[in-house]
Design a binder for this molecule. Structure first.
Ligand code: WTA
Length: 635
């Protein structure tokens, strides 16, 4: 059976075993679960072609392991606590027995609508328990869920629906976020009108109430969909390597890609990492503030916690509504023991001032987590002192949509913590640093491109509909390894510090945005000839979006122009893609072969004018002076 890590010796021996004998190590972890048929082989690795298979020919259903398996022991224990946007609103809760029934009812509803194993279902929902219920219902019948963050625009939603030809969309009428009232159903209709021919039905959950547009033969209310369905539903028997879900994420080129995770390996890895990284103990209240539209919500609000029979809290609001004490009020109200959030939220709450923290009882918090972007030292200390009172270790967890689960992280109370360092690899994870030529950089106190040497159970299986793209992005750059796209340092003691992306991806408030997507949207503006987008330092968001734009005709009013560009970004991508700075320039620094020299643009965006490097090879070196001058004038 799988062993939990409780002290440093456990960690060392688990790590050693996981490297020396990975198959036996992961077989031990997988033995904790209920399998319909055991696997024939633990691992069939193929890091060159990206065909890594885990628990080969094993049969299971992840919802049996999330729900049915717990009924006897903890059927009456809370599975999900829910807190809404409105502070005066009632909270809700579901026990494991109730969640099981609701998932079965919804699964039967899906079947009644003709949904079958392998069909794709798109979600565009607020953070309500019905989202968790219907995601699990998909998994119960073997349908593949594709959750789209409900902050994305109709255009982005349509792209994602079309890419995986989803048969159904499950959405709400409206979402409330802070004081915003978002017409979700209207956006879904707009998206479907953009040639989403695969969509046969739309299920609408009444979240706030209000009038929504309706297409009679296609749309159905959630309550009618659930209707009189039975509260039991046999789980579909899935192969370990059958897809569980698709989650779109931005890359350096083209449109977002659909990262595919499969049933067996993802289950084993998210469960293992959840219990060990958070040192979860039965009865603890665990709260991850992420949105389920991102991987963190998939792995560490739904699957990881439920696989462990944990109490997981879902929050449908924002950290600053009605004021910046909201998180701490919720921690106190639910006596939260483990709290997992993003550096951007920590920075925003830190900036709001300590008075919002003071007076809240945070004494139940044992472990604090951070995810999504590098946490700066100041935020780390504030989090440690003001929230953890110096007594709750911070786990700075590094991982990615593609890795499925946490890869590098301290283990609270077990390994040491150091500000800004994700620290040590978890068992089964073999990080390496390489130079651009792909040579491994050995020893400590070094920096390089972060790769992973051996497959782990929840490694990305493919990018939906385009395996060649998956191989090209992750497995071809450094043959025989998985390439993360991140730059990292290894300190004297072997701890890892992830510095940031080396590709054209910007991390805005922990959300990955491809510069190419932003440029495409800006170029849609009639007066734009060309644009180049880079990241710039931002005190709250970590990175902001800095756009250099060449215009066709002189712009009479720059404020209006900036508004228009941002409108395009909201329309094509969503509010998260609004630019922080837009600079009109007469040209972009280009190499003689016509490639934009982004390095220079990045340095200017960072106001680092002294380190532009060699610009003599540029086709138009004079443009650099203009860009620097403008940057200094407007900063
Ligand atoms: C960044 C989020 C530094 C990194 C789970 C990675 C981090 C990208 C950390 C993945 C961390 C995530 N320290 N950087 N603790 N965690 N990142 O796919 O650049 O949304 O490649 O997954 O976020 O973002 P994604």
């Amino acid at each position: 059976m799988g062993n939990d890590i409780k002290n440093i010796d456990d960690y060392k021996s688990a790590y050693k075993k996981s490297i020396e004998n990975p198959e036996s190590f992961w077989a031990d972890q997988a033995a904790d679960f209920q399998w319909h048929t055991l696997w024939r082989k633990v691992l069939e690795p193929d890091l060159r072609q990206g065909h890594n298979k885990w628990f080969v020919d094993g049969k299971l259903n992840i919802t049996i392991n999330c729900l049915d398996r717990h009924l006897e022991e903890r059927g009456h224990q809370i599975a999900i606590f829910w807190e809404g946007n409105d502070i005066r609103g009632d909270h809700r809760q579901l026990t494991y027995a109730e969640l099981h029934q609701e998932v079965c009812r919804c699964a039967n509803g899906l079947k009644a609508k003709g949904i079958k194993k392998g069909d794709r279902i798109c979600f565009y929902m607020p953070m309500v328990p019905e989202l968790a219920i219907s995601i699990l219902a998909c998994a119960r019948i073997g349908a593949v869920h594709s959750v789209v963050f409900a902050g994305f625009s109709a255009v982005s939603l349509a792209d994602r629906i079309k890419d995986s030809s989803c048969k159904m969309v499950i959405c709400s009428d409206f979402n409330d976020r802070g004081l915003k009232h978002i017409p979700i159903k209207e956006i879904v209709d707009e998206a479907i009108a953009l040639d989403c021919d695969s969509v046969e039905s739309v299920i609408v959950y009444i979240n706030t109430g209000g009038i929504v547009p309706w297409t009679e033969e296609r749309d159905m209310w959630w309550h009618d969909f659930i209707g009189e369905q039975s509260i039991t539903c046999d789980a579909e028997i899935m192969d370990s390597e059958d897809p569980l879900f698709i989650l779109y994420t931005s890359g350096s080129t083209g449109k977002p890609k659909g990262v595919v995770h499969t049933c067996g390996g993802y289950m084993v890895y998210t469960a293992y990492t959840f219990k060990n990284v958070f040192q979860y103990e039965p009865g603890d209240v665990y709260w991850c503030t992420a949105d389920i539209g991102w991987i963190t919500g998939h792995s560490y609000i739904i699957y990881g916690p439920l696989l462990n029979g944990a109490i997981t809290l879902m929050f449908d609001g924002t950290p600053t509504y009605p004021d910046p004490s909201r998180f701490w009020k919720i921690c106190e109200k639910f006596t939260v023991n483990v709290f997992y959030t993003a550096p951007t939220a920590i920075r925003a709450l830190m900036a709001a001032g300590d008075t919002y923290v003071e007076g809240h009882d945070l004494s139940t918090i044992k472990v604090l987590g951070s995810v999504g972007e590098p946490i700066n030292e100041e935020a780390w200390h504030w989090y440690n002192e003001k929230i953890g009172k110096g007594k709750a270790p911070i786990v700075d967890t590094w991982w990615q949509t593609e890795t499925g689960g946490i890869m590098i992280s301290p283990l609270p109370g077990i390994t040491d913590t150091k500000p800004c360092f994700a620290s040590y690899p978890l068992p089964g994870i073999q990080p390496v640093l390489v130079d651009v030529a792909g040579h491994e950089i050995e020893g400590n106190n070094v920096e390089g491109l972060l790769c992973i040497k051996h497959p782990w159970p929840s490694i990305i299986r493919t990018t939906y509909g385009d395996h060649a793209r998956c191989v090209k992005t992750y497995f071809r750059p450094f043959p025989g390894m998985y390439f993360t796209g991140d730059q990292a340092r290894r300190d004297e003691e072997g701890r890892y510090r992830v510095i940031g992306r080396v590709d054209d991806v910007i991390n805005v408030s922990g959300h990955r945005i491809g510069t190419a997507e932003v440029e495409n949207a800006i170029d849609e503006h009639a007066n734009v000839v060309e644009s180049a987008v880079v990241g710039c330092p931002h005190p709250i968001k970590g990175q902001g979006i800095f756009a250099y734009v060449i215009v066709r005709q002189a712009v009479p009013d720059e404020v209006v122009f900036v508004e228009e560009i941002n409108q395009k970004l909201v329309e094509m991508i969503g509010p998260i893609a609004k630019a922080d700075r837009i600079m009109i320039v007469s040209g972009l620094p280009k190499t003689r072969s016509g490639k934009i020299m982004r390095r220079i643009l990045r340095k200017v965006a960072e106001s680092d004018y002294a380190n532009l490097g060699d610009i003599s090879t540029l086709l138009n070196p004079e443009i650099v002076d203009e860009i620097i001058r403008k940057s200094q004038e407007t900063h």
